[in-house]
Design a binder for this molecule. Structure first.
Ligand SMILES: C[C@@H](O)CC(=O)SCCNC(=O)CCNC(=O)[C@H](O)C(C)(C)COP(=O)(O)OP(=O)(O)OC[C@H]1O[C@@H](n2cnc3c(N)ncnc32)[C@H](O)[C@@H]1OP(=O)(O)O
Length: 706
């Protein structure tokens, strides 16, 4: 079997250990590497001719992407997971204890166990390539750095910096890494190996020491003062996760125990906590998201179809959505985008949107002003159909008016070329209806973004009956270049995300009208795991937007989508939400930063008595309707499979990631349990809770979604 590690000796006494996992695009750490690498380290240890060691990757653009997540997923017990961590400790301790200088030469991704490997080396040098990133993203998988990272990282960069990296999983770029002494030098790739060899010759003393602020020096100096850091971090973690994610608290405990009781104790605690997390349901859910999104990256969206190249885009509408779409096209996909609007106001909004995004990159030193200016130059503007003939895709983000969109279709077919794709950002109008105005309906598709466009990862790619496979594949590839995670959904009112969101929002309205306080309702769903509560979401999206979508869904899909009549009173009272500073919450309150409910809203809704139901019951009433609708979407073929339904709900509306998405959550809850819960609510609150046929059938047959 081909070996993963190759040791070559130079005449100057520096040995080069190259890691290159056969047949894999990325190096990942696997349990079976343990004996191989331990044997090599023993050989080096007893070879007096070796004066120094460089550890480098054989992959062209990555170092080590961490432990093999599939290996972790295959663990069947806490003890097996603990053994994995302990094996890693043994190897990394052997590496660290070598008397000769050991230098990690890093180019590309150096993440998780990969960074832990580098930290077990005495020195680190990385390239200045934009692919070079370092970090410990384990927390995003519901894990913690199990290869000694909770012990070596704080000792290298300081406790505060280490906790920030481990609790966020953030990626560190080369210059940042140098500044925090995570690496000892940053060089062009062409001299990476030579620099590492020179460092090995120079010796361990060349290692940088992290500069700490005077405050951190004091705080990190004694166990009593360190506990201030740990207690503060624990409070922040609890406030952010509400106890839904166990990993952060365990990370803090590993660092605390290790810094106060020594590294041996710290490693013991790390192995135990790591093992518990590997076997936790939260980590299983989060790992499933990684596998799902990685698998989706390989799919074109249309069997057998190859995407056409998009050299230029036209965005019609420079408003909030159009400006965002044009911005991610130029700043992320680096594709020229021409923005058309009826007046300069829309055009200047789009330019300002892009500039603001780029300015952030310059401020964070992720790019230079020159790069910013080059990317800004990719966006051009017009109030007429000029300079659009060569647009390969047109994304329209204008009012939700079918006649207007029909006009756009005709304009684009007239002004652009015969293969130009017409992609509508409509959030509710069936694409098939929009395509009725087209001479070439095969080029018409839906491309539904979520606001704010630069932050929300999901886009829905909506094919109508005659959308061509090439149009689908090209649109999917275009969205991916924008940094999006696209799911292909079939045409139908509300598509997938808005369709499953509507019953959830309507039930929240019902709960509110039954006398529940706004803040209690929102808190209940945040405690369940949503990023914000449904009432906050309604204020943010716009009460008027919700009011516009509901009738379309009701007409197309049935009475269960009808919003409570009382909500019409809100618009009558000119309450649109944050957009006009008047909604369920107060806006523009200079006296207090706290988010306060506008208590007058109860009077407008005609709600007087205030009841307080149980948070779990409030949440369950809203969530089970989302689940029921998601199953209908699967049954009708709106979504292709449960995986897309889970990713769509998590990335589109923030369905709690630690639950794995609606379909994984239903499996973990038990389909029969869900059906009986729906039946119970049906008795209490009416037929909107009637379980769909698919769920009833699955409950009877005792089958799951996965
Ligand atoms: C020891 C403890 O500390 C525990 C750990 O180390 S847990 C693992 C921590 N590491 C990570 O979470 C990194 C996960 N990977 C990524 O974030 C990305 O893959 C990347 C940023 C490294 C690269 O992204 P990209 O360039 O988009 O490439 P892909 O995501 O498509 O990945 C390419 C192939 O590599 C496979 N892969 C990447 N990382 C891992 C991993 N840690 N375990 C297993 N496999 C991994 C990925 O599945 C792709 O495989 P394919 O066969 O080519 O599809």
């Amino acid at each position: 079997m081909e070996k993963t590690f190759n040791l070559s000796r130079r005449e100057d006494g520096i040995a080069i250990l190259t890691m290159d996992v056969p047949g894999e695009t990325m190096n990942t750490l696997k349990a079976e590497f343990g004996p191989e690498i331990s044997e090599i380290l023993a050989e080096i240890k007893h070879d007096a001719s070796v004066k120094g060691l460089v550890v480098i990757s054989g992959k062209s653009d990555s170092f080590v992407a961490g432990a093999d997540i599939s290996m972790l997923d295959a663990c069947t017990s806490v003890s097996a997971a603990k053994e994995l961590s302990q094996q890693g400790h043994v190897v990394f301790n052997e590496l660290e204890k070598l008397s000769i200088p050991v230098v990690a030469a890093i180019n590309g991704a150096c993440l998780g166990g990969g960074l832990e490997l580098a930290l077990a080396c005495h020195l680190r040098v990385c390239t200045d390539d934009k692919k070079t990133i370092m970090g410990v993203p384990e927390v995003q998988l519901g894990l913690l750095p199990g290869g000694g990272g909770t012990q070596r990282l704080p000792r290298k960069v300081g406790i505060t910096t280490a906790l920030d990296m481990m609790l966020t999983g953030k990626q560190i770029r080369p210059k940042q890494a140098l500044k925090m002494a995570l690496v000892d030098d940053v060089v062009p790739e062409s001299i990476l190996l030579d620099t590492a060899i020179a460092m090995a010759k120079k010796g361990k003393s060349a290692a940088k020491v992290a500069k700490k602020s005077a405050l951190n020096k004091v705080l990190e100096s004694t166990s009593t003062t360190r506990d201030i850091i740990f207690d503060q971090a624990a409070k922040q973690v609890q406030k952010k996760t509400l106890g839904n994610y166990p990993a952060p608290a365990k990370i803090i405990d590993c660092v605390k125990q290790g810094m106060n009781k020594g590294m041996i104790k710290g490693l013991e605690v790390e192995a135990s906590h790591f093992a518990e997390l590997v076997m936790s349901p939260e980590s299983e859910s989060l790992r499933s998201i990684f596998f799902a999104t990685t698998e989706m990256k390989k799919e074109t969206g249309a069997e057998g179809a190859e995407p056409r190249k998009v050299n230029k885009a036209l965005v019609i509408g420079g408003g909030l959505m159009g400006g965002g779409i044009a911005s991610v096209t130029t700043t992320k996909a680096k594709i020229p985008a021409r923005v058309k609007d009826i007046n300069d106001k829309g055009l200047s909004n789009a330019l300002a949107y892009a500039y603001k995004l780029l300015a952030k990159g310059v401020k964070r030193r992720h790019m230079t002003p020159a790069v910013r200016d080059n990317l800004m130059a990719l966006m051009t503007t017009t109030t007429e159909y000029k300079g659009v003939k060569d647009a390969d895709i047109v994304v329209e983000a204008v009012f939700e008016d079918l006649a207007l969109k029909h006009q756009m279709v005709k304009d684009v077919e007239r002004e652009c070329h015969e293969n130009t794709i017409f992609a509508s950002n409509t959030s509710s109008l069936p694409i098939g209806q929009i395509a009725e105005a087209a001479q070439r309906p095969e080029n018409v598709i839906g491309l539904h973004y979520f606001s704010p466009v630069e932050k929300m990862p999901l886009v829905e790619v909506i094919a109508h009956k005659t959308t061509s496979p090439e149009t689908i594949a090209t649109t999917v590839a275009f969205a991916r270049k924008q940094g999006k995670t696209p799911i292909v959904v079939q045409d139908g009112a509300g598509f997938y995300v808005n369709r499953i969101l509507a019953p959830y929002m309507n039930e929240a309205a019902q709960v509110l009208l039954s006398g529940e306080k706004v803040e209690s309702l929102d808190k209940a769903l945040v405690k369940f795991g949503f990023p914000v509560g449904p009432i906050t979401l309604l204020d943010e999206v716009g009460i008027d937007v919700g009011a516009k979508i509901a009738p379309i869904l009701t007409q197309e899909l049935g009475e269960r989508f009808r919003a409570p009549d009382a909500f019409d009173k809100l618009l009558a009272d000119d309450r649109k939400g944050r957009k006009n500073g008047k909604g369920f919450y107060q806006y523009g309150n200079k006296k207090s930063k706290a988010k306060l409910v506008d208590e007058t809203v109860y009077q407008v809704l005609g709600v007087s008595n205030q009841t307080t139901g149980s948070a779990s019951d409030i949440a369950m009433r809203c969530v089970v309707l989302m689940l029921n609708e998601a199953v209908r979407c699967l049954d009708e073929g709106i979504i292709a499979n449960p995986r897309d339904g889970d990713i769509g709900a998590i990335f589109g509306i923030g369905f709690p990631p630690f639950l794995g998405g609606p379909f994984r959550y239903m499996d973990s809850m038990g389909i029969a349990t869900l059906v009986s819960k729906l039946r119970q609510y049906e008795q209490q609150h009416g037929e909107r809770f009637t379980p769909c046929d698919k769920l009833i059938q699955m409950a009877e047959e005792g089958i799951n979604f996965y």
